[in-house]
Unconditional design. Structure first.
Ligand code: NOJ
Length: 765
């Protein structure tokens, strides 16, 4: 049977390649000729068909519409690609329909949301970003690509690079946090990881940069909401990660749901053509988000035909799920509302992507069951997922060195997330199997061994609110409201705590309390768990909090009550083992926050790279300054913050000159010493401030970082080289310039703890 399949697969490959022998030619001219020849044979309907991306509803739909008659449409040449089809068997069936039963046998492209790992899930992207480790992030994308392509996919809807400064927005979980520089580095690393050096290899995945653009700036943190900002802010603070991903060669871009300057991104010509294509030179294709073409009707842009024409005119090439292109473009062409060239251009972009992926040479390139067996969910990959996870945890507090835990005595492991498989993977883990994940209790037993006694009690529900739970539980139980009353659970927890030497409470958010359409107006740990934490603190035993979350939380109360706080995000299928590795000191935590943790929600939006105002906060004169009456301006934990079990000191900070001419470089150096009791890693951060500018400039901006490993007692001199590009910004006229004058260079352990030196940029060649 296998043999027959193989032969028929080979025959089809030959057939497709034989449509035009030049398909085997490499380089752009080979591709252009092949596609031109193919397009000569295509009818208008077939061209429009290539612009149609459907989901047969076998995955997780993220809107109310699910595609119908998919098989029939594939055979009729009315589908360009599919997503949400998981598994090589189903993908093969669908590809066979396209290459055996459609007239021109054009292969389909298969996409999916491979967001943080494929079946071997790693931490949510916000967690990955907290590693500040570009090699690790690139590697995790590479691993995801190998695994996903081994299961038939060739396209991922990742990376999400939306800058987010509002933790109410649930999708902050899917991005790299608040900073344009860090975000840009991560965007590049992920594109490189997914796409490798050759898209046509059977283990590389085409990236899709999303959500273009500004999706993370949704008003009030409510998903899909309006965004509105100045071009200066856009260019300097929100666009850099998208641009970096495009420059790294991302094959596709997804337009966002939100509007920009009053026009939804999906129909915004300035965005999709002037900026993306003309200014940035993007060569790939642009796909809409899920029904975002149709949704422009709700935005008030007209009926389906009007908005579909608007999108094509704007520069959109592929329509996800909504079928506005499929059902209206022919009519619009007849009525002169779109041109043949626009349809041809869009079709060409899709065909080019398929060509680059090697699908015309072999439509089954990514469909190889033997690879599925060898590459998916391997022991090695799980081992790496565990290591990756440990690198993302951020230690926010560690009084009296409560951590690491001793592998002896009795530990009370308490909390609704302590023995829970359903919430380990995190949001947007569509192909992961939560039941394969390791909960913390299991991990603690694995790592702690037989000399430590671990007692468990649930202690509280994630939330006692049944209506809230119902909304969170749309993809299955995430908030499991216990049959026992909260009082009974609390009683059990206190009895368990009473028998122990130390309490570890695993608390926080259910995985679907963040992610798409999961915005919150409170960013605290739910009240049911707060009651538990308060009661545990009252026992007087040392209290360690392990906080699982998909967003920055306001942990002000917890910070007062607990001895130690370790933020672990949602860490993927190896979460429990990784948490135990860190708690028991097998791995010394090294994560640093990529998004500010505020004191309370009222401070939001709060981010480190803010401007000064004319009346900056002044400690002793609160009236008529830019302050709050009730809390300081400073966050609870700043961007870049994170502790280690060891300690690092910074000394001998200096810069090598006080004046710099445009062609020159300045070197800043600092000595970092591990003066604590453990070997460990530190992320040394470089910030720059442009003190006087033609427009107002942020108080500091991240411009470099180095993650280093120092043995206990070891010192190392770290240097940063600063060139003219590090001083540039987009001015009022959106020109990318460095303005002569005074600058500050800051180096330190986080955005709020830096050494400072000044220099002048002087005019000259
Ligand atoms: C909607 C989401 O906004 C997007 O990120 C995702 O890739 C698509 N659905 C497809 O699942």
């Amino acid at each position: 049977m296998k043999k027959i399949l193989l032969i028929s697969t080979m025959l089809i490959s030959l057939l497709v390649a034989a449509q035009n022998p030049q398909s085997l030619k490499s380089g752009n001219s080979g591709m252009n000729t092949f596609i031109s020849n193919l397009m000569k044979k295509m009818t208008l309907e077939e061209k429009i068909g290539q612009l149609n991306l459907l989901t047969p509803g076998w995955g997780i739909p993220t809107g109310s519409v699910v595609s119908t008659d998919v098989e029939k449409k594939i055979k009729e040449g009315k589908v360009g690609g599919l997503f949400g089809v998981i598994g090589v068997v189903k993908i093969k069936q669908a590809q066979k329909l396209a290459v055996e039963q459609s007239r021109l046998k054009i292969p389909l492209i298969f996409g999916s949301d491979v967001i943080h790992g494929y079946k071997t899930t790693v931490p949510i992207p916000l967690g990955l970003s907290a590693s500040w480790d570009m090699k690790l992030i690139e590697h995790s994308a590479r691993e995801a690509a190998i695994e996903a392509t081994a299961d038939g996919l060739c396209w991922t809807f990742s990376p999400m690079v939306d800058i987010a400064r509002d933790p109410r927005w649930g999708r902050i979980a899917e991005g790299a946090g608040e900073d344009p520089y860090l975000g840009a580095q991560i965007a590049k690393a992920m594109v490189k990881g997914y796409q490798g050096d050759d898209l046509s290899k059977n283990n590389t995945l085409m990236a899709c940069v999303k959500h273009f653009a500004l999706y993370g700036a949704a008003e009030a943190g409510r998903d899909y909401n309006t965004t509105d900002m100045s071009r200066v802010r856009m260019y300097n603070e929100y666009l850099p990660p998208y641009k970096a991903a495009v420059e790294a060669g991302a094959g596709s871009v997804m337009s966002s749901f939100n509007e920009i300057d009053g026009i939804p991104a999906t129909g915004n010509k300035w965005l999709l053509t002037d900026l993306l294509r003309k200014q940035w030179g993007f060569k790939g294709f642009v796909v809409s988000d899920y029904t975002s073409v149709n949704e422009m009707t709700n935005h008030g842009m007209g009926d389906l035909q009007t908005v579909s024409a608007l999108a094509l005119n704007a520069g959109l090439n592929m329509d996800m799920v909504g079928e506005g292109f499929l059902n209206t473009l022919k009519k619009s062409l007849g009525e002169g509302k779109v041109t043949q060239k626009q349809i041809d251009d869009a079709c060409r972009r899709i065909l080019e992507a398929k060509y680059k992926l090697g699908l015309f040479d072999d439509p089954y390139r990514y469909i190889d069951e033997s690879r599925t067996l060898q590459e998916v969910l391997t022991t090695q990959r799980r081992k790496e997922a565990r290591e990756i996870a440990a690198h993302t945890f951020v230690l926010l507090k560690n009084n009296n060195q409560s951590l690491p835990l001793k592998k002896s005595g009795t530990i009370a492991l308490i909390g609704p997330l302590a023995n829970d498989k359903n919430n380990m993977l995190g949001t947007w883990a569509v192909s992961g199997d939560a039941q394969m994940s390791i909960p913390v209790l299991e991990g603690m037993k694995n790592v702690g061994g037989s000399s430590v006694n671990i007692l468990y009690a649930k202690g509280a529900n994630l939330s006692d609110d049944t209506l809230f739970a119902k909304k969170v539980n749309v993809f299955g139980t995430r908030i499991d409201i216990d049959k026992r009353s909260p009082d009974e659970m609390l009683k059990e927890a206190l009895e368990t705590a009473d028998k122990s030497d130390i309490i570890v409470a695993v608390v926080g958010e259910a995985s679907e309390m963040s992610g798409e359409a999961a915005s919150r107006t409170e960013i605290t740990i739910p009240e049911s768990q707060k009651k538990l934490i308060r009661a545990l603190a009252k026992t007087g035993k040392p209290l360690v909090l392990v906080v699982m979350t998909g967003r920055p939380l306001a942990l002000t109360e917890e910070n007062e009550l607990a001895a130690s706080i370790l933020v672990t995000w949602h860490a993927g299928m190896e979460a429990g083992n990784a948490v135990a590795d860190v708690l028991f000191g097998n791995y010394n935590p090294s994560g640093k926050l990529s998004a500010t943790f505020p004191r309370n929600l009222g401070q939001v939006p709060i981010y480190y790279n803010h401007k000064n105002t004319g009346r900056p906060s002044a400690p002793n004169s609160p009236k008529f300054q830019s302050n709050y009456l009730d809390v300081p301006n400073s966050p609870l934990f700043p961007f870049g913050y994170g502790l280690s079990y060891t300690s690092f000191s910074y000394s001998d900070f200096s810069i090598d000159k006080k004046e710099m001419k445009p062609g020159e470089k300045i070197t800043a150096s600092v000595t970092v010493t591990n003066d604590g009791n453990y070997d460990g890693e530190e992320t040394v951060q470089l910030y720059i401030r442009d003190v006087v500018g033609s427009i107002t400039r942020p108080l500091k901006e991240l411009k470099g970082f180095q993650k280093i490993y120092l043995q206990k007692g070891e010192s190392r001199k770290i240097t940063f080289t600063i060139g003219i590009d590090d001083l540039k910004f987009y001015n009022y006229n959106l020109q990318w310039v460095a303005e002569p004058g005074e600058f500050e260079i800051m180096v330190g352990a986080n955005s709020d703890n830096v050494n400072k030196e000044n220099f002048r940029l002087v005019p000259g060649k």
